[in-house]
Design a protein around this ligand. Sequence first.
Ligand SMILES: Cc1cc2nc3c(=O)[nH]c(=O)nc-3n(C[C@H](O)[C@H](O)[C@H](O)COP(=O)(O)O)c2cc1C
Length: 183
Amino acid sequence: MPSLREAALARRSAPKVTDAAPDDATILSLLDAAARVADHASLAPWRIIALRGDARARLGTALAAAAGFDGAHAERLAAKPLRAPLLLAIVAVTGEHPKVPVWEQEAVAAGVAHVLSLLLDEAGWGVMWRSGPHTRHPLVAEAHGLAANERLMGWLYVGGLPEGTRAQRSTDGIAAARFTTST
Ligand SMILES: Cc1cc2nc3c(=O)[nH]c(=O)nc-3n(C[C@H](O)[C@H](O)[C@H](O)COP(=O)(O)O)c2cc1C
């Protein structure tokens, strides 16, 4: 098993995946670990909704309606959630709190999604976090049954890795360019 550092260095998004998908029990066991991210006041301000089968098509219909598209444009947009057998909708569940502003709560939800994505990648699944201009449209929220204090952060598109797509990731030096020390 690779170290956490090795897994993080090796992670890469998979734009194309096969029809294989992890089951709910697998997702839950990885989520147990992802849920350990730092969380101010332990609010657990997130939830994950797994969309499989026709639920993906219903999301596609909602996206096309949110965009106000019809005809071929609507069909193209509606087909996007069908690119993977499993979509994990990342939901920030936020509220007013005396010590924890909403941005901190969204940071926790994003942290859970990043760790979950890394764990899925390490387990050999193809993953890509996707969003789009209609992610927070009311019709899209309705398709997920979101409450008024819940906001989508996009979807992890998850599936099997096609043969031969696991190329080595090159380090690109971005960390050095984004890191400074103050004394
Ligand atoms: C919140 C969020 C939303 C994203 N939405 C999209 C998207 O809609 N389309 C896309 O091509 N990439 C999107 N990305 C970026 C990809 O997930 C991925 O990181 C990018 O293609 C680079 O590939 P890499 O992860 O292998 O470096 C998003 C990333 C995040 C964190």
